[in-house]
Design a protein around this ligand. Structure first.
Ligand SMILES: NC(=O)c1ccc[n+]([C@@H]2O[C@H](COP(=O)([O-])OP(=O)(O)OC[C@H]3O[C@@H](n4cnc5c(N)ncnc54)[C@H](O)[C@@H]3O)[C@@H](O)[C@H]2O)c1
Ligand SMILES: CC(C)[C@H](C(=O)O)[C@@H](O)C(=O)O
Ligand SMILES: [Mg+2]
Length: 371
C-alpha cells in the first residue's frame, strides 16, 4: 500500500530523532512491501527563520493532504529567554493542533521490565504500571483570551471549556477504558475552577453510557502526588490541556526517561504523532538524544493506518534495544549509544526480526561494549 506521510522535523533534536523514526518506517516499508511517501514541512523556529511564520500555510496544506503526520519537536532558547518576542515557535504547534482539530492527545506511559532498575522510583512501586493519558489538546487556558495591560504590569490568560469539547474526548477515553482495565480517572481542580466543575458534571453524565467503566476523580495536586506514590492505581486518565501537559512529563519519570514517551494527537480528519518531549536544545547536533519516543510515535502512526503487525514489530524492536542496553545516555550512562546507532539497531532488527544478532557487529563499531 501507498501512504502519504507529512514530516515536520522542527527544531533542536527534532530532526535527529525524526530521522531515526523514518529509518524505522523505511525498514517496515521494505519488510511489508509498503510505500511511504514523505513530504517535509516547516514549523517552529526554523520556519520563523525561513518565512517569518512559525506555521506557514504550506505546512497546513501538506498536513491536510497527508494520511498521517510525524512531528519531531519545536522550540529555541532565543525565544524561551525573550518574554517580549512577538512570534514564538510554540505558536506554530498550537496553531497546527487547532487548525487540524487535533483535540485528543493520547500519551501512553509504561514501566518497561527491561528498565525497572533505571527508574529513579522504587521498583515495587512501578512494576506493571500501564497508563493511558487522554489530554484535551485544543481548548482550555492554552487557547483562551490573553491580555497584557498597556503598562505591562498585569497579564491574564482566560480558560474556557464547552460541554462539546469535553464530551468528544470523554467518549474516546471511556472507549479506551473499555478495552483496558475499565477504570477512568478524571483529573481536575473542581474544588476551585468553574471549568473543572463543568468537566466533572459532563463526564459524570457521560459515564452513564459506560456502566462497565469505573469512574473516579482526583484533584490535580493530589494526582501529581499519586502518580509518583502509586502509579499502578491508574488505567486511563482523562484531563484538560494544561494538567495533561504537566502530569505526562511527570509520569515519564516512571519509565526511566522522557525520551521514551510517544503520543498521538487525533482529530476527526487528521492525526499527528509526536514525542512528548521538546527540542532539548542542549543536545542539538550531539547525537545523544533518545530517539525511541519518536520511533514509538511512528509505531502509533502505523496503528492509526491500521498496520498493527507493523506497529508491533517496531515496538518489539524498541523492547529489544532496551533489553540489550542498546540505548542513549539518558538510559545508559555507563556505555551510551548514539541517537543514530540506536536508530540503525531498530531498523536492522525490523529487517531481521528472526536473527537479531546478525548485524550487531556493524552497529557496535566504535562502541566499547560487545554483547
Ligand atoms: N512538543 C514540542 O515540540 C515541545 C514539547 C516540550 C517543550 N518544547 C520546547 O522545547 C524547548 C526546550 O524545553 P524543555 O527543556 O522544557 O523541555 P525538553 O523536553 O526539550 O527537555 C527537558 C529535559 O528532558 C530531557 N529530554 C528531553 N528529550 C529527550 C530525549 N529525546 N532524550 C533524552 N532526554 C531528553 C533532557 O534531560 C532535557 O533537559 C522549549 O523551547 C520548549 O518550548 C517543545
Ligand atoms: C511546546 C508546547 C506548546 C507543548 C504543549 O504545552 O502542549 C509541549 O509541552 C507538549 O507537551 O507538546
Ligand atoms: Mg509538554
Amino acid at each position: 500500500m501507498n501512504y502519504n506521510i507529512a514530516i515536520i522535523p522542527g527544531d533542536g533534536i527534532g530532526p535527529e530523532v525524526t530521522a531515526q523514526a523514518q529509518k524505522a518506517l523505511d525498514a517496515i516499508a521494505d519488510m511489508f512491501d509498503h510505500h511511504f511517501t514523505y513530504t517535509p514541512a516547516l514549523m517552529g523556529a526554523c520556519a520563523i527563520d525561513a518565512t517569518g511564520n512559525p506555521l506557514p500555510e504550506e505546512t497546513i496544506d501538506i498536513c491536510e493532504a497527508a494520511d498521517a503526520i510525524l512531528f519531531g519537536a519545536i522550540g529555541h532558547p532565543k525565544y524561551d529567554n525573550d518574554p517580549n518576542a512577538k512570534v514564538r515557535p510554540e505558536l506554530g504547534l498550537l496553531r497546527l493542533r487547532k487548525s487540524l482539530g487535533l483535540f485528543c492527545n493520547i500519551r501512553p506511559v509504561k514501566a518497561y521490565d527491561q528498565l525497572i532498575e533505571r527508574s529513579p522510583l522504587k521498583k515495587d512501586r512501578i512494576v506493571g504500571t500501564d497508563i493511558s493519558i487522554y489530554r484535551e489538546l485544543t481548548g482550555g487556558i492554552y487557547f483562551g483570551e490573553k491580555h497584557l495591560s498597556d503598562d505591562g504590569q498585569v497579564a491574564s490568560d482566560g480558560c474556557s471549556y464547552s460541554v462539546e469539547e469535553i464530551s468528544r474526548i470523554a467518549h474516546l477515553a471511556f472507549k479506551e477504558a473499555l478495552s483496558r482495565k475499565r477504570k477512568l480517572t478524571l483529573v481536575d481542580k473542581a474544588n476551585v475552577l468553574e471549568t473543572s466543575r463543568l468537566w466533572r458534571k459532563t463526564v459524570t453524565e457521560i459515564a452513564k453510557e459506560y456502566p462497565d467503566v469505573e469512574l473516579d476523580f482526583l484533584f490535580v495536586d493530589n494526582a501529581a502526588m499519586q502518580m509518583i506514590l502509586n502509579p499502578k492505581q491508574f488505567d486511563v486518565i482523562l484531563t484538560e490541556n494544561l494538567f495533561g501537559d504537566i502530569i505526562s512529563d511527570e509520569a515519564s519519570v516512571i519509565g526511566g526517561s522522557i525520551g521514551l514517551l510517544a503520543s498521538a494527537s487525533i482529530g476527526t480528519d487528521n492525526a499527528l504523532f509526536e514525542p512528548i518531549h521538546g527540542s532539548f536544545p542542549q543536545a542539538t547536533g550531539k547525537d545523544i538524544a533518545n530517539p525511541l519516543a519518536s520511533i514509538l510515535s511512528a509505531a502509533l502512526l502505523l496503528r492509526h493506518l491500521n498496520l498493527h503487525k507493523e506497529a508491533a514489530l517496531v515496538e518489539k524492536a524498541v523492547e529489544k534495544s532496551l533489553e540489550l542496553g542498546f540505548t542513549t545516555e539518558d538510559l545508559n550512562a555507563e556505555n551510551p549509544f548514539g541517537t543514530s546507532k540506536v536508530g540503525d539497531f531498530i531498523a536492522d532488527f525490523i529487517m531481521n526480526p528472526e536473527d537479531p544478532n546478525r548485524n550487531f557487529e556493524n552497529i557496535f563499531v566504535g562502541q566499547s561494549t560487545i554483547i
